[in-house]
Design a protein around this ligand. Structure first.
Ligand SMILES: *Cc1c(COP(=O)(O)O)cnc(C)c1O
Length: 370
């Protein structure tokens, strides 16, 4: 069988909602109101409610959501912020951009998320914040993380860029920390037609600060109380995202169904990600582990099946962080994950036959190389 299976197929999704999207965009075009208008205000309420939060503040990207969150809690030059070395670059990049120092704590091998037991030894008198990442759509162990953070008076910013709608013991991503940060980058589960993001919080004072910092730090026009930036969200993006939000639970169910199918069909030598026994994994990515990952990747890519390595170089080994003194062996689980993991197609529109074809292609590789 020669079937092309992409890692993600946004066109397939667009086909199912084309008319609704076009009329939403049309509405904004007719209004000629492009930035921070009624669509953004409505999206903020809708995403906040969806994420079990009191406040939502629409921003320009997931990266800017993290940056403005650090600004809102007052992170300063020389402060330390603890996070995972196994994430998208932005998680640590924003810390360094604030003049603060990223301090890494290794991950749990089963969940790929920061290990709550490894946080406390990293806390110093300069620790200001903690950024757990809900990687691939599974929530980090927030109960344990909040317990450590609260005991030490440290603020927690959830990097929920990959985790909208995921749950941990009934609590949604973005609702358990002091601030939650979401991305609407097109490949995220709720993706716009360009960049976008959202900060969530249950703290009115923090919401107010983020809202102020989003527009250069003013509450009254041209009277700057703080130094912020341009972190605004466009009306067109908000209008599109509002359409897509209505379908998000359906899409998440389809991703979860696909994950269950993979677990049935993949050979035992491949370790599939476990479903979260205490929560709701939303599978922004379905990431397997396999010892001969590079060979397997070549095998399936040669057969027109999309895959990707998230992430090939852990953050402590990135060239731009050389000055932090990270070296190979510092975070063995993150390094092992970088060498062993591979993301397979899991998108909601992926047909059962296509998924079965991916699994069969992997079984074929396994059988040949045994
Ligand atoms: C996508 C992502 C970001 C950044 O979001 P952008 O909207 O691309 O700026 C941050 N952290 C994680 C874990 C992400 O996956």
């Amino acid at each position: 069988m020669s079937v092309r299976v992409p890692l993600l197929d946004l066109k397939a999704q667009y086909e199912t909602i084309r008319d609704e999207i076009r009329s939403a965009v049309e509405r904004v075009l007719e209004s000629q109101n492009f930035i921070l208008g009624p669509e953004v205000a409505s999206l903020e309420c809708e995403v906040a409610k969806y994420s079990q939060c009191k406040f939502g503040i629409g921003v320009s990207s997931g990266t800017d959501a993290l940056l403005v969150a650090l600004m809102a809690i007052g992170v300063k030059t020389g402060d330390e912020v603890i996070t995972t070395p196994y994430s998208f670059f932005a998680t640590a990049g924003v810390i360094a951009r604030m003049g603060a120092v990223p301090i890494f704590a290794d991950i749990e091998p089963e969940t790929f998320n920061i290990d709550p037991n490894k946080i406390e030894p990293k806390i110093s008198s300069r620790t200001r914040a903690l950024i757990p990442v809900h990687l691939f759509g599974r929530m980090a162990r927030m109960d344990a993380i909040m317990e450590v953070a609260n005991r030490h008076g440290i603020r927690v910013i959830e990097d929920a860029a990959q985790a909208i709608g995921s749950e941990c013991r009934g609590h949604r991503a973005g609702s358990m920390g002091h601030l939650g940060c979401f991305s609407f980058y097109p490949t995220k589960n709720l993706g716009g037609f360009g960049d976008g993001g959202m900060v969530t919080t249950n703290d009115e004072g923090l919401a107010d600060r983020v809202r102020m910092l989003r527009v250069h730090g003013y509450r009254t026009k041209y009277r700057n109380a703080a130094i912020g930036g341009n972190f605004r969200l466009d009306e067109i993006q908000a209008a599109i995202l509002r359409v897509k939000l209505k379908y998000l639970d359906r899409w998440t169910d389809a991703r979860r169904r696909n994950a269950a199918l993979y677990r049935d069909l993949l050979p035992a030598a491949v370790s599939a990600p476990e479903d979260d026994p205490e929560g709701r994994h939303i599978y922004n990515q379905f990431v397997i582990r396999y010892k001969r990952r590079d060979e397997l990747m070549k095998w399936i890519n040669d057969r027109a099946i999309g895959s990707e390595i998230y992430y090939p170089v852990p953050l402590h080994l990135q060239e731009c962080f050389n000055s932090l003194g990270g070296k190979r062996g510092d975070f063995p689980e993150s390094e092992r994950a970088s060498n062993e993991t591979l993301a397979l197609p899991i998108y909601p529109e992926l047909k059962k036959e296509m998924l079965a074809h991916v699994a069969a292609t992997i079984r074929e590789f396994e059988a040949r190389s045994r």
